[in-house]
Design a protein around this ligand. Structure first.
Ligand code: DLL
Length: 434
């Protein structure tokens, strides 16, 4: 028998889940139409009325939303309730200067934390566990989401946030952490640091890790499991739909169960928008069925995935998604932070540079390296090293402020970055994550 947080719903029959979805979608569409003028306009343009949505199958009639809509409607345009009913904002990168801001009522926080609690219990968590959360706390959803889930399960929670690896290890060892929550690359780094300090995998009390927010391979899973002596579980989510816990892995480790009672999932052809049959590879689209603060309908994630309804030995009935197999846009995830080339371009132009640049990503000792080669214009060019260094420091700071992480800037001579005859090759990713 599995370890469930909400067994009845997690193992409900397909018919029961459909019944819940049918009921919720009718209510949610009506609510959004009446409360979100931005989406009402899109529906009116498509000629769809709330009364056209009689069951979940009718969802195909609704218009899509994307990050572009979020930018256009920034900051309040997609709010689904009076702002005074909201208790929290979380945020992630937008495609340019404007970030995505998502609003939560207390009800939304409860749903979100319950989803994270399901993930923790699927990884074997109980109220006897010590759960070390080293996802970032703050605007990023990772820390707050797993923190809330850990409380709901009744684990003793260590709200470490990210970074300061020596302190992470000291707490982990002294306070007998049993569950580790962080990005997979940070888990790998912790494993490596433990070994450097002379610890063997059996010296720690960890039994499970809940890792997500960035792509990671099956090989990486094996290596983390070995170095920490744990079972490593994947977890998926995005700020727009709530945060971590939209989907999570169970002990079978063959994909992530999507919390279908809260989030309806479709897979579409990213080029045509056509809904694809189950089992086909395409872009994930989520509809939040019962969120109040930021109730997005048919939100295009740009994550490429495959869904499967194969029976799972854990007893859960919710559909499973593969790990994201890529993106249908150019978003990069660097040290767990989402970065768009368009943000980098915006900084360069703001700072007076030309948009001739190249991004190089690599992974050294399980940590992402992030280099940007930027061409100087002839007027900027100087043969004084101090001038160049001053510019590099300034540009690094401007990038850090826009992106939330600092790249290593390399200023190069005018015309030294190869021009391309077709699409410019702006990004070289040597990490091989998919
Ligand atoms: O990364 C939420 C999260 C926090 C998930 C902690 C898991 C753990 P965002 O910053 O909005 O939210 O980024 C969302 O990250 O569209 C995917 O492209 C990527 N992503 C999230 N989880 C995974 C995963 C959080 N398990 C974007 N594997 C998503 C691969 C992931 N990519």
């Amino acid at each position: 028998m599995g370890n469930y947080y909400q067994q009845e719903i997690e193992t409900a029959s397909r018919e029961k889940i459909l019944e819940i979805q049918n009921e919720k979608i009718v209510r949610q569409v009506k609510h959004v139409y009446e409360n979100v003028p931005y989406y009402k306009k899109l529906m009116d343009k498509k000629g769809v009325k709330p009364s056209d949505i009689k069951s979940i199958d009718d969802i195909k009639k609704l218009p899509f939303l994307s990050k572009d809509d979020l930018r256009e409607a920034y900051p309040y345009g997609l709010l689904g309730t009076d702002i005074k009913n909201c208790v929290r904002i979380q945020s992630t990168s937008g495609t340019t200067g404007k970030r995505v801001v998502a609003f939560y009522t207390q009800h939304d926080i409860d749903i979100w934390e319950e989803c994270c609690a399901r993930a923790i219990m699927a990884a074997g968590g109980t109220n006897e566990d010590v759960c070390q959360v080293c996802y970032g706390y703050g605007l990023f959803t990772g820390g707050p989401g797993l923190n809330g889930g850990s409380h709901k399960v009744g684990c003793l929670t260590l709200p470490m946030s990210s970074g300061n690896t020596d302190r992470q290890i000291q707490f982990m060892m002294d306070l007998n952490a049993t569950i580790l929550c962080c990005t997979p690359s940070y888990a790998a780094y912790i494993g490596e640091t433990l070994a450097e300090k002379g610890y063997r995998p059996e010296d720690n009390k960890l039994k499970a890790g809940i890792f997500g927010a960035e792509p990671w391979t099956e090989e990486m899973r094996q290596s983390i499991q070995k170095s920490l002596g744990i079972k490593a579980y994947d977890i998926y989510g995005l700020t727009e739909i709530s945060g971590p816990g939209v989907a999570f892995e169970c002990e079978e480790q063959t994909g992530m169960h999507i919390n279908e009672d809260h989030f309806y999932v479709e897979v579409i052809d990213p080029k045509t928008g056509e809904v694809l049959p189950e089992g086909a590879k395409g872009e994930l689209v989520f509809t939040s069925l019962d969120k109040e603060g930021f109730p997005l309908l048919r939100y295009r994630t740009k994550d490429i995935c495959i869904l499967s309804r194969e029976k799972c030995s854990c007893g859960r009935t919710h559909v499973k998604m593969t790990k994201p197999l890529g993106r249908s846009d150019d978003m990069m995830i660097i040290r767990g932070v989402n970065v768009f080339p368009s943000q980098i371009e915006a900084v360069l132009l703001n700072e007076g540079y030309t948009p001739n640049y190249q991004i190089v990503l690599d992974r050294v000792n399980n940590t992402d390296t992030f280099d940007i080669y930027v061409e100087l214009s002839p007027e900027m060019f100087s043969d004084k090293i101090a001038d160049i260094q001053r510019r590099e420091i300034g540009l690094n700071a401007a990038m850090r402020s826009m992106l939330g992480i600092g790249p290593k800037i390399h200023l190069v001579a005018p015309k030294s970055i190869a021009r391309s005859e077709g699409k410019a090759v702006r990004m070289i990713d040597k990490r091989r994550l998919h």
